[in-house]
Write a protein that binds this ligand. Structure first.
Ligand code: BGC
Length: 740
């Protein structure tokens, strides 16, 4: 009896195991004539197997888009298959290769409004970079990847990592800051985790796409060495971390050659030096030739087929483009599909996990808010002392602003300050999320009188502030793709408003919702400043938590805030001439624009420039306050392992998180020794009074210098200064690292 029981248990176990095996086995249900469908083969091998089966037409179909939805000037026969997105690339149905169904998704999925769908808006990419937390960047990417799949997309166009070299760039909010290590690490982590949701990942806009003025033709001039040690380095770090299926080449020219037909950046650096195995996708209408672009390493034209459609076929048939080049392009597209798992896990439309998205968006924003000024502990708000609050300006009764252009995410219910019923959003419309800071703060402080004034009438705003214990002015600075800001000053009457309010009540806090740095002529007069960036779908809740102290702020600036635009490497962005405005952006061989930007500052981007120029910024890169205070001690540098060890102590009264930053200076006498560079950091959470000794590895990639003559990265031998502290301009610990 006993034996029979155990035997039947064994049989049951075997049946279950067999069932599990068959359910999960890649071999099940598969046509044995399709060995590439076996996920046990490496993506490279699978791509190669498919490639061998393809006709020339099938290969060519992988190399161009088929129009863009909601854009009548870019319509082709297959455009309806774009699923309401930015692009569509045919798959190979007979072989089980799905099409690429592509959407923009910088901080959430684009065009949800017009498509009748929902997507979470994460905080802006720059905001998220302020957390210096790759784990929260990963959660950010996961939400976007899941939302994309739920909407039926299998490829993202997120991943902006152009260095913030020009803070007036209207797309600064889409990028992850001015430092190659921070920007590359944060962007790479976002995209790695996004691609892990089985969407083809993308890193963009490759490269030197650092302003929007004249964006379709601006010629960015910079030496190879400088470019390698700045913007290219950020891309390399991001690409190494994310291993994305795709890299989007940029609109601009780089040293005279368009980004999407540039043999140096595409072929030599990206593909040969870095060994990138995915495909290069052009920015939308960023392709300008057939033979040159194909030879330079562009793999896929978007969103049309003007150069990589019939013209490419003709060029192949005429022997002007070798079939081996076509094979290389097609292989790369197939590789990206296998790598990201879209072949094995095609997207399935579903209801997005709204609650989870909101939770993650709140967490990311809580880590991203940067406390810039907090005189006499005006924050967090203490309801036992503050009985009345004047909340002023910035539509803070209704919601919070977001960043525009192709990154735009549509809010639930439409634009929060548009007349009811007007759905959908338009390119470069100011879009407000229905995330009311007023409601969120009232929920946190039920016994405090909180009154809102729109701030349009300065006197009425000042009068309300005078009658309140505390005033909070909400100031915003909207920006978007396809424009640059004229300057970093707040727009409209906002500076005057802050001046008037703070004159009426010195207990004034300014909350900034911005996509980049802001100049603050009133800084000495206000008691507090909080940078909330574009705060995403749960921004109001995160902000209220910080204002009342439920969350101890820990974000640090990923960009320098200058005192004035005059302190930047370029006092202004040169205007585009009338002739250049009419410049046809098509064929590169007939292109004549002379619009040029000389990046003579080279690798001295952001804080590096300020240090090299001996200029004090308004707020330094890496700066951010906490409701706690921190003490650093006991630095030891291990030259052999290239790491540093030191102790951080929470000397405040609250539990908090400190971002401990490590900088290094190249040996004296070397060209690059005029500035320090970020070489590592660690986030560390400590209870009041507690301390911890931590080890931070120094990242060699940002310590080496590039030798253009032999295309090598080398260490300059000598003594490197090492600096440790809570901000690029506050490093109490110093030591030295010796490299022989
Ligand atoms: C932008 C890209 C975007 C593409 C597709 C272009 O204008 O520069 O970032 O992905 O459009 O919408």
């Amino acid at each position: 009896m006993q034996i029979r029981k155990s035997r039947s248990k064994l049989v049951l176990a075997l049946i279950t195991l067999t069932a599990i095996f068959f359910e999960s086995s890649p071999l099940v249900g598969q046509d044995t004539g399709r060995p590439w469908m076996n996920p046990q083969h490496a993506p490279e091998e699978r791509a190669e197997m498919v490639l061998k089966q393809l006709t020339l037409d099938e290969k060519l179909a992988l190399l161009h888009g088929n129009g863009m939805d909601h854009n009548p000037q870019w319509t082709m026969p297959l455009t309806p298959l774009t699923n309401g997105g930015a692009g569509y690339v045919e798959g190979v149905k007979r072989l089980g290769i799905p099409p690429l169904i592509i959407s923009d998704a910088a901080y959430g999925v684009r065009d949800s409004g017009i498509n009748g769908r929902y997507s979470t808006a994460m905080p802006s990419n720059l905001g998220a970079a302020s957390s210096w937390d790759p784990e929260s960047a990963c959660a950010y990417g996961e939400v976007i990847g899941q939302d994309l799949r739920a909407q039926g997309f299998d490829m993202t166009l997120g991943g902006g990592v152009d260095l913030v070299r020009e803070p007036r760039n209207g797309r600064t909010f889409e990028y992850t800051g001015e430092d190659p290590l921070l920007a590359g690490t944060m962007d790479g982590s976002m995209m790695k985790c996004e691609q892990a949701q089985h969407v083809v990942g993308d890193i963009k806009h490759y490269v030197m796409n650092d302003q929007e003025t004249g964006r379709f033709f601006v010629n960015s001039i910079i030496s190879q060495k400088d470019m390698q040690e700045s913007d290219l380095l950020a891309f390399h770090i991001a690409i190494a971390a994310a291993d994305p299926g795709a890299v989007m080449c940029s609109y601009n020219r780089i040293n005279g050659v368009f980004g999407c037909e540039n043999p140096y950046t595409l072929d030599e650096v990206l593909k040969k030096e870095w060994g990138f195995k995915g495909f290069v996708i052009s920015d939308w209408t960023g392709t300008h030739s057939t033979i040159a672009a194909s030879a330079a390493g562009l793999d896929q034209e978007q969103p049309m087929a003007d150069y990589f459609g019939p013209k490419l076929k003709e060029a192949v048939e005429a022997g002007k483009v070798p079939v081996s080049e076509i094979d290389d392009h097609a292989r790369r597209v197939l590789y990206a599909e296998f790598l990201s798992g879209v072949v094995d896990n095609p997207p399935q439309k579903s209801v997005p996990d709204v609650e989870k998205g909101l939770e993650v968006a709140q967490h990311v924003e809580e880590e991203s808010i940067v406390l810039l000024k907090n005189d006499h502990g005006v924050l967090p708000i203490d309801p036992s002392r503050v009985h009345s609050i004047a909340m002023i300006g910035g539509h803070a009764d209704v919601g919070m602003i977001s960043g525009g252009g192709s990154a735009q995410v549509d809010p639930p219910g439409g634009n929060a300050i548009m007349p009811a019923g007007k759905g959908g959003t338009h390119w470069q419309e100011h879009i407000w999320f229905p995330t009311s800071p007023l409601n969120a703060l009232r929920a946190k402080l039920p016994n405090t009188k909180i009154v809102f004034d729109p701030g349009s009438d300065l006197q009425s705003a000042a009068a309300l502030a005078r009658d309140s214990d505390l005033a909070i002015v909400f100031a915003y600075q909207w920006e978007s793709e396809d424009m640059d800001l004229p300057g970093l000053s707040l727009s409209g009457n906002q500076n005057d408003l802050i001046e008037q309010v703070t004159a009426a009540n010195p207990h004034t806090i300014v909350v900034l919702e911005s996509g980049t740095a802001v100049t603050m002529p009133w800084i000495d007069k206000v008691a507090g400043v909080v940078e909330a960036w574009y705060a995403g779908s749960s921004g109001h809740k995160a902000l209220a938590s910080v204002l009342v102290g439920d969350v101890n702020p820990s974000g640090k600036l990923p960009i320098t805030f200058p005192k004035s635009e005059n302190d930047l490497p370029h006092a202004s962005i040169p205007p585009v001439s009338a002739e250049d405005h009419g410049q046809p952006t098509g064929n590169s061989s007939t292109h004549t624009s002379t619009y040029t930007v000389h990046y003579d500052e080279g690798p001295e981007v952001g804080y590096k420039w300020f240090e090299a120029q001996h200029q004090q910024p308004l707020f330094a890169f890496g700066f951010g306050l906490s409701y706690s205070s921190w003490e650093y001690s006991g630095l030891s540098v291990d030259s052999a392992s290239k790491s540093v060890r030191f102790t951080v102590r929470n000397t405040g009264k609250r539990t908090g998180t400190e971002i401990a930053e490590v900088y290094a200076r190249l040996p004296e006498g070397t060209h690059e020794s005029s500035y320090r560079r970020l070489v590592g950091w660690k986030r560390i959470t400590l209870q009041p009074g507690d301390s911890q000794t931590i080890t931070v590895p120094i990242d060699s990639r940002v310590l080496k210098t590039f030798e253009p003559a032999d295309h090598q990265w080398n260490f300059e031998p000598g003594n490197y200064g090492v600096f440790v502290g809570g901000s690029s301009d506050n490093t109490p610990l110093t030591g030295s690292l010796v490299i022989r």
